[in-house]
Design a protein around this ligand. Structure first.
Ligand SMILES: [Zn+2]
Length: 77
């Protein structure tokens, strides 16, 4: 039986770290995008600095889009 080589990977889709064989990781990344992640473990997500800055920037931009419009409450009585 051949010894299976394990390597360290970080998935570019879900940003989870894996210590697994090349083939296993390849299988994961090929289905990761369409995968249902609702049962995946709550753990550390790994980002490069660039990805993290981009992610935060998107979050801030999303927040900016919330516009609270003041309105006059109609008199009903
Ligand atoms: Zn993944």
């Amino acid at each position: 039986m051949s010894k299976k080589e394990e390597n360290f990977f970080i998935c570019p889709h879900c940003h989870l770290a894996f210590m697994t064989e090349n083939m296993c990781f390849f299988n994961h990344t090929s289905i990761c995008e369409e995968m249902d992640h609702s049962d995946s473990p709550i753990t550390v997500r790994w980002y490069t600095k660039k990805e993290l800055i981009e992610k935060e920037r998107k979050k801030i931009e999303a927040k900016r889009e919330i516009v609270i419009k003041p309105y006059v409450r109609p008199v009903t009585r």
